[in-house]
Ligand binder design. Sequence first.
Ligand code: ATP
Ligand SMILES: O=C(O)[C@@H](O)C(=O)CO
Length: 413
Amino acid sequence: MLGVIADDFTGASDIASFLVENGLSAVQMNEIPQQPLNSKADAIVISLKSRSNPVNEAIEQSLSAYKWLKENGCSQFYFKYCSTFDSTPKGNIGPVTDALLDELGEDFTVISPALPVNGRTIFNGYLFVGEQLLSESGMKNHPITPMTDANLMRLMDAQAKGKTGLVTYADVIRGAARVKERFAELKAQGYRYAVVDAADNSQLEALAEAVADFKLVTGGSGLGAYMAARLSGGKKGTNAFTPRKGKTVVLSGSCSVMTNKQVEKYRKNAPHFQLSVEQAMNNPNYVEELYQWVIANLDAPLAPMVFATVPPDALKAIQNEFGVDKASHAIEHTFAQLALKLKRYGVTNFITAGGETSSIVVQWLGFAGFHIGKQIAPGVPWLKAVEEEIFLALKSGNFGQEDFFEYAQGMFV
Ligand SMILES: Nc1ncnc2c1ncn2[C@@H]1O[C@H](COP(=O)(O)OP(=O)(O)OP(=O)(O)O)[C@@H](O)[C@H]1O
Ligand SMILES: O=C(O)[C@@H](O)C(=O)CO
């Protein structure tokens, strides 16, 4: 059984949906379960909210997740992080990878954030978003993890205890056997991690074969998808559910380029309310005001949207005025409290944008885990809470097409 440790909740549903699409049965657990697993699955995905936490917390959470997965029958482990890396030189990917390698008694793994279907490719160890280097893409303005370097070897070397080598495109296109040879060479030269170029899916397919015996693999959902395809023998998932019509709300806390476009498009046709950071910080009645506004608009043809999403300049101004951490904390908690009140009111369908935002909303709503439903866009499935008829779409910041919010609601039956 494959055990996946995901550093945020949208990332967890991203990889879970690719595993399911590629023929594995998967359960997504929110946080580390208190009980043993009570259902059968080919893969278990644990969602953490550890991407931007202090390093020690991220390590502790990840190791606890690993232990639970191991105790529940997993023998191969996948550390899932963002396809745009989302981890500055002070980030957690290196330290968590080191802690997992040590725990497993291993001394080598791969670093593979590539997700070509969503435009994340790697060439000469540089990560691209579409046609742009990561550091020239909208990710340079990320509110919490601004990515100002696209070189994955440098990013890893700044964070982790070992050295990072490269398996180039020229080697990967020669196939899995050549990739394995390169791994052996890099190991012999004292490297602990290998970035592997992937300009399209065929390199991920070769890489999946080359890491088939690794106890720990790290990366985005692209490599996970090809590992799943190998494990399932090329089956395709067919039994993903479709969400039911019900009271729906859209909560957008991402400031990514794509979410800005999606919010811009959606607000033209749907009731919308722009969250004020100042009010979120200072007005004790603010959540109640937002709640009243949402319930007054629940019967509109398109679900009401509350959004904190702003373009880069406005974001900078807000962060300068209130501080990065204080602003994001206030927004995240406002969304979480609002979501909880709405669930108690009877809202059954939640569409949330942003990894941190989605993670805190799901934590507050208190679900133990999710079943994986139909994909709205690559990497964004509908989810159904295990315990209740509640449906959620947790959208990673940069995922989904421009009409995502409307399209997701069009899937209700
Ligand atoms: N107007 C705003 N001012 C300041 N901070 C904001 C504002 N809007 C959102 N934020 C904060 O920015 C952060 C956005 O992170 P989040 O992970 O939710 O989105 P994302 O990074 O685009 O998504 P992903 O992690 O899936 O790529 C959150 O902490 C959110 O509270
Ligand atoms: O890999 C991605 O891009 C996403 O699943 C993600 O992690 C966003 O938070």
